[in-house]
Design a protein around this ligand. Structure first.
Ligand SMILES: Nc1ncnc2c1ncn2[C@@H]1O[C@H](COP(=O)(O)OP(=O)(O)OP(=O)(O)O)[C@@H](O)[C@H]1O
Ligand SMILES: [Mg+2]
Length: 168
């Protein structure tokens, strides 16, 4: 069970927190609207590290870009965060550089590399990668994995793996 001083046992994390599974498993959150997912992204943003990689998975319209927008806002990005589906990579200036990548249109690891993905991963910023399963061989071992499942029109189940163990 979560310790008292764990991040997911406080504030907004607690509000949406459902359960901590056994060590090494995902934390689970449920949000009921776009705004709540954005807010949860903000909490995640506060604990994500410069140089880190976040791999997002989930169906079309699951809320990946929404969560990324919340993360970016928490890290000081002032401009609107939009989907990088066509441009593949959007770079934002927050308290450190953030690379928002959409791998939906990429055919695989080679395409990712040719699109500047590797430079982004190792560029000293934070990389947020939607449709990350398309480029999974490129992801470093300390990648934070987030999967969003659509429950119904408004609710999303959000699984976070590999982030909080270091902080608790
Ligand atoms: N709990 C929720 N959290 C986030 N978005 C929600 C939620 N409930 C409904 N929505 C709606 O789902 C959509 C999520 O859009 P978003 O662009 O973030 O998805 P996505 O996973 O990035 O999709 P894509 O694969 O096309 O990039 C929005 O239209 C939003 O209003
Ligand atoms: Mg998206």
């Amino acid at each position: 069970m979560p310790k008292e001083n764990c991040l997911y046992n406080s504030g907004i994390f607690k509000k949406y927190f459902v359960k901590a599974a056994e060590a090494g498993q995902s934390l689970v959150f449920i949000t009921g609207s776009y705004d709540e997912t954005f807010e949860l992204g903000g909490e995640l943003g506060r604990i994500l590290k410069q140089g880190g990689v976040v791999a997002l998975k989930g169906a079309l319209g699951a809320g990946k870009t929404c969560l990324c927008a919340g993360i970016c806002r928490a890290l000081g990005v002032k401009v609107p965060v939009t989907s990088p589906t066509y441009t593949i990579i959007h770079e934002y200036e927050g308290i450190f550089p953030i690379y928002h990548i959409d791998a939906y249109r990429l055919s695989g690891a080679d395409d990712f590399e040719n699109s500047g993905g590797i430079e982004a991963l190792y560029g000293g910023g934070l990389s947020l990668i939607e449709w990350s399963e398309r480029v999974s061989p490129c992801l470093p071992s300390d990648t934070v994995y987030i999967e969003i499942k659509i429950i119904d029109d408004g609710r999303r189940e959000i699984f976070v793996k590999g982030i909080l163990s270091k902080d608790c």
